[in-house]
Design a protein around this ligand. Structure first.
Ligand code: NAD
Length: 803
């Protein structure tokens, strides 16, 4: 038997259930979404199916309305069938996976599982999304078959965006079920799997809430302000911008206190449980109903004064009153800002001398102690803890990676000097001469395993290829400040950009030219991609505008044209090279970044893809082949055999609109709808950790299938007829206020370029001819003061200027 999830049931359509249903539907799974029949139906409503489904309908509607969207595309909702737990319960017999996501209440969950045990088909998987109720208690008294197929699947909120999926095996769960769900979660749903034990709050929340609890107590002891603490524990320390108190406001103070209280109550053996006792000022906020963003006030209170002025105030932990925010001004933060690497930033903060630095050290050293003491209680390896914090809390580094970054030996010496406890397992590790938790050995990323006092390779699936590991293992073929060429095995190479936001610059264009001969000689194929941190991250946020700005100000138009031509020819060369080129876009893939992808043979795109040709926003147009290749994409997407007969008019307006309106997709599915991705040619994958490996596999498949470069043919264009067609569109957009007069002027010229210029409909022109039109328009646009104002405005504020 091959196990499959043909249909999944999600029971509970609240915040998490709705999110899980949307994720499953996005992955192409049919979903049965069930919820309770409302308690308060009138007699008349009791026989009305719509009224009986009101809970689940409202749940689905809320999921559809969520912002940011929990659905990859709203069309996915068509895969979700709704029902209620009375009339539709028997339908669970058809489901291969039944995922319980109802209220966190043991008795209610037990009752539901008893009913499920009575109807489920023998081999179906059942899981609970509980945040911390022991699995053993939930499955007490149920059939053996139930227990063998039952596990915890703990998703994080918001389900679509949080990478973490904690899997909790029950005492009797079959290994085959665990293996299957782990693979399904990783590959089909794109999640990062962390194996947790059946201990309270599992891994992420156990560690995360302890960290928050400690900070909340320390803020009172050390008379710090909330804004000071959040100023420290933000991006400079590799943590989310919302830091500690902003994150609590987001999660809800009630939820956070509930998890903390739970640990204190359920973990009597935890010698650091007191650090999680919620301090009085936080308890008071909960009692007062100041629960965070959902009640509009919590640790912070934001709003408008009667005079209409925006304000944001913070709670003073000493008085419990809201007070003005004074921005933190600790020297350690200024020092950290000067540092390049995340490790140096961290060191500048925790080893600083000022009040903020001392506070940071106090909290960080405590959280490192806590994490080390929880192995093997909550997980067998340090890797699970680090991954849980990166994927569930958006930390750049987990505790053990942080420890490596600040130096294990150095920090332990400091702890000892200050009378702080160094956990016994870490002490033993140092005594055995091991000074890091991680290291690369024999081309593998390895972690330190406490029980065996040895480094073990981190087990990863085949496709989890790490560029860092390849580089450290001697795979760096050529590099410069902005890009690298990396040997990723089997004669496949990866072209990696590593500028800020991976923006494209002159050095990258030159680098592509420089590595071409090497690739032609040696490469079976090329992947273009990178693995920059953060979610959703940026494959490439576009061209380096400061370079364009400089040339525009200096009126160096010949230089600009030459640069564009070099970039275009570089891309054409790759396109028609002797080897296949597969691009691996994810996250922000804008402007020039999008053009690089459009020029490849194929894309292996991540599901979270914000792709678009947005140049018009800065008064320009795609001139790295973007106009040409988007037009070709629309033609390529036509069913085979229909290309010659299709009226180009049908394709022209949508192509033009994508560039003229700077359309950006909100997911890879959206990029298909926008024509940037082509179905049957490009692939969408859900797991970014597997993206480069999957792109490499795609290259090898193309080689195995006997890759031959595409034949260079002429491109059929719409010519003058197209230019006329868009006038009406532009008029409407002007009337609707979607375009400024200058946008309209730019849009007309863009239409001229996409249409192939001043030619008759159905003329076949060379690619070079369209590329020349792109360049000419780009140079002309850059002569205009309004374009220069747009570019400079974007450089200054990061926001588009409308003029
Ligand atoms: P929620 O309150 O948004 O949704 C709860 C759902 O349970 C609703 O659909 C509700 O109609 C249903 N329900 C209520 N009473 C019921 C009953 N008697 N029988 C059956 N269903 C009933 O809650 P949520 O945040 O989606 O949490 C659901 C589960 O996921 C809980 O176990 C929670 O601990 C867990 N969880 C929550 C989060 C989070 O951040 N919200 C994260 C991870 C796990």
């Amino acid at each position: 038997m091959t196990r499959k999830i043909r249909k999944a049931a999600v029971i509970g359509s609240g915040i998490m259930g709705g999110g899980i249903a949307a994720l499953l539907a996005g992955a192409g799974i049919n979903v049965l979404l069930l919820d309770i029949v409302p308690f308060d139906l009138t007699d008349e409503e009791k026989s009305d199916p719509a009224a009986r489904n009101r809970m689940v309908q409202n749940g689905l509607n809320a999921t559809l309305a969520s912002k940011p969207s929990l659905f990859m595309t709203k069309k996915d909702a068509s895969l979700i069938e709704i029902g209620n737990l009375e009339d539709d319960f028997d339908k669970l017999a058809d489901c291969d996976w039944i995922c319980e996501v109802i209220v966190e209440n043991l008795a209610i969950k037990q009752d539901l599982f008893k009913r499920i045990d009575g109807v489920r088909k023998a081999d179906s998987i059942i899981s609970s999304n509980t945040s911390g109720i022991p699995l053993a208690k939930m499955s007490e008294g149920l059939s053996d078959s139930f227990k063998k197929h039952f596990l915890g699947t703990h998703f994080f909120n918001p389900v679509r965006y949080m990478h973490l999926l904690e899997l909790i095996p029950g005492a009797e769960t079959k290994q085959e079920i665990l293996d299957f769900i782990a693979n399904f979660g990783e590959v089909n749903l794109g999640k990062g799997i962390v194996w947790a034990k059946d201990t309270p709050n599992f891994v992420g929340n156990r560690i995360g809430i302890q960290g928050m609890g400690f900070v909340m107590n320390a803020v009172v002891e050390d008379k710090m302000s909330l804004a000071e603490v959040d100023g420290i524990f933000g991006p400079l320390m590799g943590r989310p911008r919302t830091a500690v108190f902003g994150t609590s406001d987001l999660v809800g103070l009630d939820t956070m206190c509930h998890v903390a209280d739970n640990t204190v109550e359920l973990c009597p053996e935890d010698d650091m449980k007191d650090t999680m006792v919620v301090p009085a000022f936080v308890k008071q906020l909960v009692t007062d109903g100041k629960l965070g963003n959902k009640t509009k006030e919590g640790f912070y209170k934001k709003g408008f004064t009667p005079e209409g002025k925006y304000f944001k105030h913070q709670i003073d932990p000493q008085t419990g009153e809201y007070v003005e925010i004074v921005k933190p001004d600790f020297p350690c933060l200024a020092e950290a800002k000067k540092m390049e690497s995340s490790a140096d930033k961290l060191k500048a903060i925790v080893y600083g001398e000022d009040k903020g630095a001392k506070f940071a050290w106090k909290c960080v050293s405590n959280s490192l102690q806590y994490a080390a003491k929880r192995v093997p209680e909550i997980s067998d390896t340090i890797v699970e803890i680090d991954n849980a914090m990166k994927w569930g809390y958006n930390y750049e580094m987990g505790p053990f990676e942080t420890w490596d970054a600040i130096g294990v030996k150095e920090s332990c010496a400091k702890m000892e000097a200050e009378g702080l406890e160094v956990p016994a397992n870490v002490k033993a590790m140092l005594a055995a001469g091991k000074e890091t938790f991680y290291k690369i050995e024999n081309g593998k990323n390895c972690y330190y395993d406490f029980p065996s006092d040895s480094y073990k390779a981190i087990e990863l699936s085949d496709s989890a290829l790490s560029l860092e590991v390849c580089k450290a293992d001697g795979g760096l073929v050529k590099t410069c400040a902005s890009a690298s060429l990396i040997d990723i095995g089997d004669n496949v190479y990866c072209l990696e950009f590593h500028t800020k936001m991976n923006a494209l610059n002159e050095e990258i264009v030159n680098f592509m030219g420089e590595v071409y001969d090497f690739l032609d000689e040696n490469a079976a194929g090329l992947v273009i991609g990178n693995q920059a941190g953060g979610m959703p991250g940026a494959f490439s946020a576009g061209a380096d505008l400061s370079f364009v700005s400089k040339m525009a100000h200096a009126k160096e138009y010949d230089k600009m044209d030459a640069f564009l031509e070099k970039a275009q020819m570089g891309m054409l060369k790759m396109r028609y090279a002797s080897f296949p080129v597969v691009a691996a876009p994810y996250g922000m893939t804008l402007g020039g970044g999008c053009e690089v992808c459009l020029a490849a043979d194929k894309m292996v795109a991540h599901a979270e893809l914000y792709m678009g040709l947005v140049e018009i926003g800065v008064g320009l147009l795609p001139a790295g082949g973007g106009c040409l290749n988007l037009w070709k994409n629309y033609i390529d997407a036509l069913p085979a055999g229909t290309q010659k007969d299709t009226d180009l008019a049908k394709l022209f307006v949508p192509t033009f609109m994508k560039i003229g309106m700077a359309a950006v997709s909100m997911s890879a599915a959206g990029a298909v709808a926008n024509g940037h991705l082509v179905p049957n040619r490009d692939r969408i994958i859900f797991n970014r950790d597997l993206q480069i490996g999957e792109a490499k596999k795609e290259v090898l498949r193309m080689v195995e299938d006997g890759y031959a470069p595409p034949r260079k043919t002429r491109v059929r264009v719409i010519g003058r007829e197209g230019q006329g067609m868009i006038n009406a569109e532009i008029f409407n957009m002007l009337q609707g206020g979607f375009l400024s007069e200058y946008d309209a002027e730019l849009a007309k010229r863009i239409a001229f370029v996409i249409s192939g210029g001043d030619v008759k409909k159905n003329t076949e022109v060379t690619e070079e001819a369209i590329l020349k039109l792109e360049r000419e328009a780009f140079v002309d646009f850059s002569k205009h003061e309004k374009t220069i104002a747009r570019i400079d405005g974007m450089l200054k504020t990061g926001k588009p200027v409308r003029n």
